[in-house]
Design a protein around this ligand. Sequence first.
Ligand code: SAM
Length: 231
Amino acid sequence: MDVLEVGSGFGGMLDHLVETAGARSAHGLEPDPEMCRYVKQHAGPGVSVENIGWEDFVPDRRFDAVVGVSVLEYAARSPSPSPQEEIDALREFFRRAHTWTVPAASLVQEVTIAGPAGLSEKSAQGERNVGEDLGAPPGKPPELSHVLTAARGLWELVSVETHRHAWARTMDVWLARARRIPHPAVEWQAQFLDASQRYFELERDLLLTGERSVAHLAFRRLDGHGADSAT
Ligand SMILES: C[S@@+](CC[C@H](N)C(=O)[O-])C[C@H]1O[C@@H](n2cnc3c(N)ncnc32)[C@H](O)[C@@H]1O
């Protein structure tokens, strides 16, 4: 199986796909040049990456599966898109993913979503502040219903599971690890570490209150009768 990872970061998932999950190849798309360089330097057999966002990707082959973790949050490129802007941006992702893949391909996305409790203005401001301090692109966790609407006619929903408490535990583990890192002497590194700790703490709390949640979504590519044209 040839797998495409959208937003491959430092390549942990790419390695896992090839070394453990049985993929023949794993190709990553990553707009951050530093992360991309790191993956290129450490890539084992079957792992490749290109320094590009999914919006500009033109594949030279078709993939059996597309995976991604925390990428759809940035699809609308805005901290406050209207519902229609959010759906349109997500649909563009699903439309393109359709063109990258073979018939009956799988598409799996893990995405932070709006939680069942709704987000207070104080929490929204906290997220914006820490996002800016981390240098994150403008984005917003989408409504789950918008993700499902955007995929309709292109990708059949196979399963969806939300698991905010598991992610809250993950944030706690990451926070504990970050707190064990000695205070960096370099100013920007110290600021980044501080912002990371505040991010883990805030997201843990928002996941526990239900202001945020996380969804694991699996889809199968739709083709033929009933499927919308993707091209
Ligand atoms: C949570 S990280 C993924 C980490 C990765 N799974 C790993 O194992 O290291 C999400 C990544 O998506 C990337 N990203 C953000 N916008 C993107 C876009 N438009 N196209 C592709 N990747 C994007 C970010 O730079 C970030 O590295």
